[in-house]
Design a protein around this ligand. Structure first.
Ligand SMILES: [Zn+2]
Length: 281
C-alpha cells in the first residue's frame, strides 16, 4: 500500500523526506511554496540535488506537490489569473527538477461569475500551462472540492468538462478527497453511497484517472460544504466507512495521503496506524 501524509515544509526541502520516513511513509505530499504567499522559496541547486538523492535513498515515491491556495486558475481577475498561471508553471518546472511525480491542485473559484465561465477559464489556463511545460512529465491531478463558496470541482462532471477541453490529456489525472466528497454531498460513509460515487466518477472523468486519494474523515455534516477535516475514523465517514474506502478493489492501487488534523505531535502516527490496521493485506 502506498501510504503517506502531508509533511510540513519547515526547514530545508529535503528534510521533508526524513520526516516522512520516520513516520514509516512510502509516499508523501508537500506544499510547493508557503501556501499563502506568492514566492517564499527559491530552491538552490544543492537543495534540489540533496532532495533527489534522499528521495531515491528513502524510496519515497510518488511525491505529490500541492499547489498553494492563493493560485486561482478560474479567477475572473485578469491580474490574479495571469499570476496564477505563471506561478503554476514555475511550480511544475520546480517539481520536474525535484523529480516529483505529481502536482495536486484544487480547481479554483469562479468568484460569483458562473460555473461555466470559471470552468472555461480553468480549461484555458491548463492548456497554456501544459503547453508551457510540454517537456515536463510531471502529472497534474485535479482535486474535488467540498463546494463552498464559488469553488469548482464539487461534482465530477466539472473535472470531465475541463479534461474534455484539454488539447493534451496525457499528464492529467484526478485526486479524490474523501472529506470533500462527503461534505459536497456524496454519502461515502455507506457502501451504497460509495458505489454510487465511484460509478459517477467512472461515467464522467473516469476512475482510471484517480492516482491519489486524500484520505480524510469529515467533521461537518453530509452536504454541508463546510471544508473541515477530521482524524481517520473520528468523523462522519467513520471507521467502517474508511475501512471500505481503503480496501475497495477500485481504489486499492491509488496512493493514499492523509491531510488529517495535526493537533498533537503524535497525530500523524496515530492516523497512519489506524489506516494500516484497517487495511486488509
Ligand atoms: Zn485534499
Amino acid at each position: 500500500m502506498k501510504l503517506g501524509v502531508h509533511i510540513s515544509g519547515a526547514g530545508r526541502i529535503y528534510e521533508t523526506l526524513e520526516r516522512a520516513q520516520e513516520l514509516g511513509c512510502n509516499t508523501m505530499q508537500i506544499f510547493s511554496r508557503s501556501p499563502q504567499r506568492w514566492r517564499e522559496r527559491s530552491l538552490s541547486h544543492e537543495d534540489i540535488e540533496e532532495f533527489k538523492a534522499r528521495k531515491s535513498e528513502t524510496g519515497i515515491n510518488p511525491v505529490f506537490i500541492h499547489i498553494a491556495y492563493l493560485i486561482n486558475l478560474a479567477s475572473p481577475d485578469r491580474r490574479l489569473y495571469r499570476a496564477s498561471i505563471n506561478a503554476y508553471v514555475e511550480d511544475i518546472l520546480e517539481a520536474q527538477k525535484l523529480k516529483a511525480e505529481y502536482i495536486v491542485t484544487h480547481m479554483g473559484s469562479h468568484k460569483n461569475t458562473s460555473e461555466n465561465a470559471g470552468l472555461k477559464r480553468l480549461t484555458e489556463a491548463l492548456n497554456i500551462i501544459l503547453e508551457k511545460t510540454y517537456k515536463a512529465d510531471v502529472g497534474i491531478l485535479l482535486e474535488n472540492t467540498a463546494g463552498s463558496g464559488s469553488w469548482l470541482g464539487y461534482k465530477f462532471e466539472h473535472q470531465q468538462r475541463v479534461i474534455a477541453g484539454l488539447t493534451n490529456k496525457k499528464r492529467i489525472g484526478l485526486c479524490l478527497d474523501t472529506a470533500h466528497a462527503y461534505l459536497a454531498g456524496y454519502d461515502i460513509a455507506t457502501a451504497q453511497g460509495l458505489e454510487a460515487m465511484l460509478e459517477e466518477i467512472d461515467k464522467t472523468a473516469g476512475l482510471g484517472l484517480v492516482k491519489l486519494i486524500h484520505l480524510n474523515d469529515a467533521k461537518g455534516k453530509l452536504g454541508s460544504r463546510h471544508d473541515r477535516h477530521e482524524h481517520i475514523g473520528k468523523g462522519r465517514i467513520g471507521l467502517t466507512g474508511m475501512k471500505r474506502i481503503i480496501n475497495h478493489p477500485k481504489l486499492r492501487d491509488a496512493a493514499f495521503i492523509l491531510e488529517t488534523p495535526k493537533d498533537s505531535e503524535k497525530s500523524d502516527a496515530m492516523n497512519l496506524n489506524t489506516v494500516r490496521k484497517l487495511r486488509k493485506e
